[in-house]
Ligand binder design. Structure first.
Ligand SMILES: Nc1ncnc2c1ncn2[C@@H]1O[C@H](COP(=O)(O)OP(=O)(O)OP(=O)(O)O)[C@@H](O)[C@H]1O
Ligand SMILES: [Mg+2]
Length: 217
């Protein structure tokens, strides 16, 4: 990551599937006017994550980089690939070169298999850029978040910070900080209505850009 030109590159990963990675990615893509890449998309029956990003951020289409793989079934990538009779070519998972900031959204949680002997977290390690870990605010997050942090730290993957997503919790942020020492970038509220307007308001309110810059220094 390099903030000299205000260019950022990081991975948005999460403690689970459906935890808010795409919503938080849209928040960063819009705030930083960055490129977005979802290398592996499993499931096409509703909106793909790239389509959600396009709808929520309204960035130019060229900022949304095509997926390396889009699988039909909404299941773990390794199995979704097998169902579609596709063999993953790891070279297609190399980071794209872009002129600007880049946000990469992972598939599911960290230990999700991409193939039967290669996990999402192995690919994150290979990318060699920092991660932001999205976790939920409520019950269950202490276990899932601390396990995820341990797995990342064991592989020396730099964790920029946590985004705690959902209804504000009275104790979990404090406990996560005490037990992990990982900074909290934001407590991102549950939104009744999701749209570019409230994303912009939150971006300013939560002072995200300055926090990112200070986390790098
Ligand atoms: N803070 C929030 N307020 C309101 N709705 C939310 C919030 N966070 C997530 N959601 C909703 O929860 C659902 C799951 O979120 P999202 O798609 O961002 O998860 P994900 O981690 O990207 O899932 P996947 O693993 O499939 O990529 C979406 O419908 C999203 O709009
Ligand atoms: Mg997603």
């Amino acid at each position: 990551m390099n903030d000299i030109n205000n260019q950022f590159q990081f991975v948005i990963c999460g403690t689970d599937t459906n935890i808010g990675k795409t919503l938080i990615s849209s928040f960063f893509v819009r705030g930083l006017n960055s490129f977005y890449w979802k290398p592996i998309q499993s499931g096409i029956e509703s909106e793909t994550d790239s389509q959600t990003i396009e709808r929520l951020t309204k960035v130019e289409k060229t900022k949304i980089i095509n997926e390396a793989y889009v699988f039909k079934e909404p299941v773990s990538p390794h199995w979704a690939a097998e169902i579609d009779q596709t063999v993953i070519n790891f070279r297609l998972l190399n980071l794209p070169k872009v002129d600007g900031s880049l946000i990469v959204e992972t598939a599911g949680g960290l230990m999700v298999p991409i193939t039967r002997n290669y996990l999402q977290i192995d690919q994150i390690k290979k990318w060699n850029i920092p991660v932001i870990l999205v976790c939920k605010s409520g019950l269950g997050t202490l276990n899932h978040t601390l396990l995820s942090i341990e797995a990342l730290q064991k592989r020396n993957i730099k964790i920029l910070g946590l985004i705690i997503n959902g209804e504000k919790h009275l104790d979990n942020p404090k406990t996560l900080t005490e037990l992990s020492s990982i900074p909290i970038i934001a407590e991102f509220p549950f939104l009744q209505q999701i749209g570019s307007n409230n994303l912009d308001i939150l971006w300013e309110e939560l002072n995200i850009k300055n926090k990112l810059i200070s986390l790098l220094n």
